[in-house]
Design a protein around this ligand. Sequence first.
Ligand SMILES: CC(C)(COP(=O)(O)OP(=O)(O)OC[C@H]1O[C@@H](n2cnc3c(N)ncnc32)[C@H](O)[C@@H]1OP(=O)(O)O)[C@@H](O)C(=O)NCCC(=O)NCCS
Length: 125
Amino acid sequence: MPWKYKDFADIPNNKDRVYLVAESSDKAIIGGCMLTNIAGEGDISNVAVDARYRGQHIARELLKNLIELGKQRYAMEAFTLEVRSKNEPAKALYLGLGFEIAGVRRGFYDKPKDDAIIMWLYTDK
Ligand SMILES: CC(C)(COP(=O)(O)OP(=O)(O)OC[C@H]1O[C@@H](n2cnc3c(N)ncnc32)[C@H](O)[C@@H]1OP(=O)(O)O)[C@@H](O)C(=O)NCCC(=O)NCCS
């Protein structure tokens, strides 16, 4: 679901949230991802790269940096995220970073209806 301006504006006031962005050389935001600290575990969401900049490993670099930030700032060792079952690029991205499939939430997404694949990464393994 698209976020409103206020959703983004509130992030710096939340000590349990980090939103990392990638910028183009002219300082436009071309990608981003968010980390939420939930009782010492990292919940990753809002992973997206501007369609004009995809396929350049921007998402991979953003996520590697976000995970490193989570380890340093919150001492996180476990990270989780949800992805639409039909989103092959995103699934390949996460599996390539070492995330493993832990379960499925049937009918979790709307517009269009889809299952959610739950993934976890344990960095202490
Ligand atoms: C998913 C998304 C964030 C990937 O961003 P990206 O910057 O293009 O991804 P990267 O270039 O970092 O790709 C890293 C890896 O992801 C996988 N991947 C990325 N795009 C892919 C595609 N179109 N098809 C298959 N695998 C793909 C590959 O394994 C790739 O590694 P490789 O290039 O060595 O093969 C981007 O396609 C996007 O914004 N999609 C729309 C929003 C979305 O679906 N977000 C995820 C929500 S859970």
